[in-house]
Design a binder for this molecule. Structure first.
Ligand SMILES: Cc1cc2nc3c(=O)[nH]c(=O)nc-3n(C[C@H](O)[C@H](O)[C@H](O)COP(=O)(O)OP(=O)(O)OC[C@H]3O[C@@H](n4cnc5c(N)ncnc54)[C@H](O)[C@@H]3O)c2cc1C
Length: 363
């Protein structure tokens, strides 16, 4: 195939972002597309197919596809070209082609994938769960996951009530804290209700949007993202969860649906100590059985060291072996923490998931 290079000043940044934050996707795309694997067809969705791949890096972007360098643990690295389903004109179209590649890969792996579709919600009510965690009670259509932790929606922050200032961002991911069906008061037709918990931290686009909503406002999302928590599903081993205010809604739902006989250890990070009650607020027994280690009032710059010290004191020195990790934090914190914890836990990539949920803006 004839390949022509994409030229754009932001191309290196884009490549760096995907290589840093979407390693799992890249490894899956490489494994499935290079080897033409179709696990869904073979009916073995749990098979760990990429144990021999160490790392996959995008090295070049063309109008027609990407070059990836696949580094193996036991053999020399290889470079492969992965064609886009449809060639792109500009760099900004890369995201949609990347999403299609991811969807194709997930389908072949028999996994849920990111969905590009509009979902509408009607705002009913809101209240503070803890000092800064603001709960939206919404009604929606019934095709929403009821028994899945960490399912997130990319909400359009355009409020039906015009803000006084232009928005600093147009969209924001918020997790479905919980959803359930209920009969309505008027008739027996079921209604689907949902909670979305928004962390309020000053004058920000997401928080202002949440606070601006009034009963019967219709809000919408344009993309849906199932969190990568399949590795926690087999109900075995000691799980460590590391979450701040943005990922605690996922941890809360994980706790409600917990079926592993070994309760998880949770590092719960909140700026305000008053938000430490969030996990125990409306969760019963599973939360009481979990070991919750609070970290509060720690500057982002010191957070990695504090988390590391906490793990050493409460886990390593106590002789506890961690079998699986899930967490989601600020971008630089997640990046540095991954590097520091990798040698400490020595887990396969699929059992060590530390995601980026937000980005510190130092402007
Ligand atoms: C898959 C996914 C699911 C998510 N689920 C949730 C959820 O359920 N609830 C939730 O509240 N968030 C959730 N988030 C994070 C949410 O999308 C971010 O918090 C969002 O970027 C913050 O938007 P904002 O408008 O409040 O602040 P921004 O406009 O992004 O930032 C404004 C300022 O606030 C700072 N800032 C941003 N976030 C934080 C923070 N968490 N702590 C301290 N300072 C911050 C920034 O550095 C910046 O200076 C999720 C993110 C992802 C990717």
């Amino acid at each position: 195939m004839e390949k022509s290079l994409i030229t754009h000043p932001e191309k290196p940044l884009f490549i760096e972002h995907i290589n840093e934050e979407h390693q799992d996707d890249l490894v899956n795309i490489a494994t499935v597309l290079i080897n033409n694997i179709n696990i869904a067809k073979q009916g073995n969705a749990d098979m760990d197919i990429n144990t021999e791949i160490e790392r996959v890096l995008i090295t070049e972007i063309y109008h027609q596809g990407i070059d990836i360098q696949v580094n193996y643990t036991q053999r020399p690295s290889e470079t492969h070209f992965i064609a886009f389903p449809a060639p792109i004109e500009q760099l900004k179209e890369l995201q949609s082609q990347y999403i299609i590649l991811k969807q194709q890969t997930d389908k072949k792996l028999g996994r849920q994938s990111i969905k590009l579709r509009k979902q509408q919600f009607t705002f009913i009510d809101s209240f503070l769960v803890t000092a800064n965690m603001y709960r939206l009670l919404l009604s929606t259509s019934d095709d929403i996951p009821l028994e899945q932790a960490g399912y997130a929606y990319l909400f359009d922050l355009e409020s039906p009530h015009k803000p006084s200032q232009p928005l600093s961002r147009q969209h924001c991911y918020y997790t479905l804290r919980k959803a359930w069906h209920t009969p309505t008061e008027i008739d027996t037709q079921r209604q689907t209700l949902a909670w979305v918990d928004v962390y309020l931290h000053g004058d920000t686009a997401g928080g202002n949007w949440a606070r601006s909503l009034k009963p019967n406002d219709v809000i919408s999302s344009k993309r849906e993202f199932p969190e990568k928590i399949q590795h926690l599903d087999d109900g075995k081993g000691q799980v460590l969860l590391i979450a701040d205010e943005t990922s605690l809604p996922t941890v809360a739902r994980l706790l409600e649906l917990w079926h592993n006989p070994t309760p998880p250890i949770i590092i719960s990070i909140t700026n305000d100590p008053a938000d430490q009650d969030y996990l125990t607020h409306d969760i019963g027994t599973p939360a009481q059985q979990a070991t919750i280690i609070p970290i509060s009032q720690t500057a982002q710059a010191e957070l990695v060291t504090t988390i590391e010290d906490t793990i050493k004191t409460h886990i390593s020195d106590a002789g506890i072996k961690i079998d699986k990790v899930w967490g989601a934090l600020e971008a630089n914190t997640a990046k540095t923490l991954r590097k520091r914890l990798k040698p400490l836990f020595d887990l396969p990539r699929g059992d060590f998931v530390l995601k980026v949920y937000w980005r510190l803006n130092n402007e």
